[in-house]
Design a protein around this ligand. Structure first.
Ligand SMILES: [Zn+2]
Length: 289
């Protein structure tokens, strides 16, 4: 079991952080940001390149005991549980946005950022894990988006709209069911290929990452070229329009003959043509990628 340098289990350390009255006093390498109802921390034992925890903070009507785990939260008052999760959702959406922007700036690519909960809280607090790549088998399976140990935020929020019996069943986490998931064979979360061991999985994920980087860069380049060409066409049209504007002084004389003359400019001729069908090039670019 991991412990930090003080010998305190990190799960209890997280609980302590979440309950602190003044989060601004937390060290910079731990605290990312906080609101009245949430606390966002850098994980001291990151399972991926980007791994952050969003914890709910006790506040009016929400006690520390309510936040002991996702299970205790869901077993308590349903309205309160939903409010706590919605607050966490807002914070997580902002954090996810920031991670995606950083990714694009650093690597030029967006890799999936997952937002959700661990079914059996290895940490005794409702926590969120937002991350990019995982390093160990147990942790990898615990985050695999289809195995079921990692509960996506949106799925958990859907339980509130389901029948009371479904809500009851889903929020009654059974340790034995969920712990079996961690022992499942390794498979790629993108293409489902089965991998024998962690080195193979890591090599495969690295290939997936490189593929993703390449195709994203190509997509960005296609979009850049398209936008450049559109700008160039617009510039030419504007130049042509400016060239056909009558100079001051000639305007009055020109008006006299204008009605009887046939359209003389390319633009004027174009106006007589049936409108060309506009193509949705943005959609095409997306489909191409
Ligand atoms: Zn794959």
């Amino acid at each position: 079991m991991d412990t930090d340098r003080t010998g305190i289990h990190p799960l209890f350390a997280l609980q302590r952080y979440a309950c602190t009255d003044d989060p601004s006093a937390l060290p910079n390498h731990i605290l990312k940001e906080f609101t009245d109802t949430t606390l966002t921390l850098y994980d001291c034992f990151p399972k991926s390149k980007v791994h952050l925890l969003v914890l709910p903070r006790p506040h009016a009507g929400v006690k520390k005991e309510d936040l002991w785990s996702l299970r205790t939260l869901l077993k308590g008052d349903k309205v309160r549980a939903k409010q706590v999760l919605e607050d966490m959702g807002k914070t997580a959406a902002k954090v996810k946005d920031g991670i995606e922007k950083d990714m694009v700036e650093t690597w030029g690519v967006k890799w999936p950022v997952w937002v959700g909960f661990h079914a059996i809280p290895s940490m005794q607090s409702v926590s969120w894990l937002i991350f990019k790549r995982v390093k160990h088998k147990k942790h990898y399976n615990s985050f695999h988006p289809e195995h079921g140990f990692f509960l996506r935020y949106d799925d958990v929020m859907d339980w509130f709209d389901a029948t009371p019996s479904y809500y009851e069943r889903m929020s009654n986490f059974s340790s034995s069911t969920y712990e079996d998931i961690l022992k499942e064979d390794l498979s790629c979360f993108k293409c489902h290929k089965e991998l024998r061991n962690m080195p193979q999985l890591k090599a495969h994920l690295e290939e997936e990452w490189q593929k993703e980087c390449k195709s994203e860069k190509e997509r960005i380049e296609r979009r850049r070229k398209f936008e450049q060409q559109a700008l160039e066409r617009k510039r030419r049209r504007e130049q042509a329009a400016a060239a056909t504007q009558p100079a001051k002084g000639e305007e009055a004389a020109g008006t006299e003959n204008a009605a009887s003359n046939a359209p003389a400019t390319e633009d004027a001729r174009d106006e007589g043509e049936p409108p060309r069908k506009k193509r949705d090039t943005t959609a095409e670019l997306e489909e191409d990628s």
